[in-house]
Write a protein that binds this ligand. Structure first.
Ligand code: THU
Length: 158
């Protein structure tokens, strides 16, 4: 038998403790919430991907009457970034969420498993850690690599 302990480093911080490119990505994610199509959940999520060349690509959750056909903001943003700039490395992903009255969540929302899997593939594809910033009105959660969000992730069978 062999036991392994897996740990992750998570930093809680305030907006004024972040670099300007990180703040800009968070502002873009907050703004992107207004592009959500969320008539079923009324939960508006915005995501912003910062690329190596400084470009920010945003996405928002897009729902569908056939519920599983919808897509989370994170994957909308990551797939849009990769479609529009396939050669540009993704360096950071910021996420924010608000209700349909525009009130942002007090605490950071944490991405679903499917989005974590896509984040991890983004890291693998570009051979670069993807920094993840989860916005909450009272504090921001910073994760240095998507790997910290998904230990024991699926990778192609060898
Ligand atoms: N959602 C996201 O877009 N990102 C997350 O990290 C969590 C959930 C969306 C999916 C659905 O449209 C709505 O939020 C409610 O779950």
């Amino acid at each position: 038998m062999r036991q392994v302990k897996i740990s992750a480093k998570i930093t809680y911080c305030r907006l004024d403790e972040l670099h300007s490119d990180e703040k800009n990505a968070i502002e873009a994610a907050k703004k992107a919430c207004s592009s959500a199509y969320a008539p079923y959940s009324h939960f508006h999520v915005g995501a912003a991907v910062l690329l190596d060349n400084g470009t920010i690509v945003v996405g928002a959750n897009q729902e569908n009457a056939a519920y599983p056909s919808g897509l989370c903001a994170e994957r909308v943003a990551l797939f849009a970034a990769a479609s529009q700039y396939p050669q540009q490395k993704a360096v950071l992903l910021a996420i924010a969420a608000c209700n349909d009255k525009g009130a942002f969540t007090e605490h950071a929302i944490s991405p679903c498993g499917a989005c974590r899997q896509v984040m991890l593939e983004t890291e693998k594809r570009f051979q670069l850690p993807l920094k993840v910033l989860l916005y909450g009105a009272s504090e921001i959660v910073c994760i240095e690599s998507a790997q910290d969000l998904l230990p024991l992730a699926f990778t192609e069978a060898k």
